[in-house]
Design a binder for this molecule. Sequence first.
Ligand SMILES: [Zn+2]
Length: 311
Amino acid sequence: MPVWLKRSLIALGVLVAVGGAAYYWLVVESRMPSDAAYALDIGEVRRMVAAVPGDKPVSVEVEKVAAFSFPATAIVAGDGWSQRELPVFSYRLVTPESSVIIDTALNAELGGDNLVAFDADAYARMEQAMQTASLILITHEHMDHIGGLTVHADLPAVLPATKLTREQFDHPERSVPAKFPDGALQGYEPLDYDKYKVVAPGIVLIKAPGHSPGSQMIYVQRADGSEMLFIGDVAWHYRNIATQRERARLVTQFFLKEDRTAVFGQLAALKALNDAEPEIAIVPGHDGEIVGELIESGVLAEGFTSAAGGE
Ligand SMILES: [Zn+2]
């Protein structure tokens, strides 16, 4: 073998090895780090709920406003390159006298070419429902959750009901391309809380930074005692919890700038909760299958169609 050919083959071998290692690291690897830890004390959350009397939500409605489509491995590392849908949802908790919005999706303009679906009617119903909501809560400050708020046609009317947390308020760079109009948040007082915060009867914010600095989960206990946990994008799909696998590192590190270890800790805590208390409905950020099942079983009602309190 000529020396040049030998050298070329060695160089190619090194390239393949390095490339393969990089591919594995960025696209496939998803082992639970040994230092991943997150405390989720559901007993404490229930005690806090029990201490706050009042009308709890009687129904929970969902609007599917839009959808993204990502390669499976972007959602669950190692799942391959076939496309999976990531629907974008908004939820409404309805009590006899009021209503609470969880997440505000995004409009077609913010989604742009990234969207594979957009339901203008659903978006319009959500925008309308925000006007009469007594509370607007955001799981985290990413554009597909906060976007509908930032571009709301009557922001001054909906801001008083909006409870942005300190961390969400402090990280507008995480919301781009969504952005509040200049000066819109002048004088706005964000919510400071430590670990758990009851914001209405049966509704508790649970701090969960990691996917973004302002990420939180929202626990809901209905009047009939049934429980739900909206986990935002701690997991995009339930499969992240079931398999204890994160998004591909390429996504978490370079696009999301996640605290990956923190998210792993949350995935472990959610798995433990789900094993111990399977009747609590865990709602991942973008799982059409889970939402479909919850609609099927009557836990979620499709569409913001009821005459919610305050209207
Ligand atoms: Zn999202």
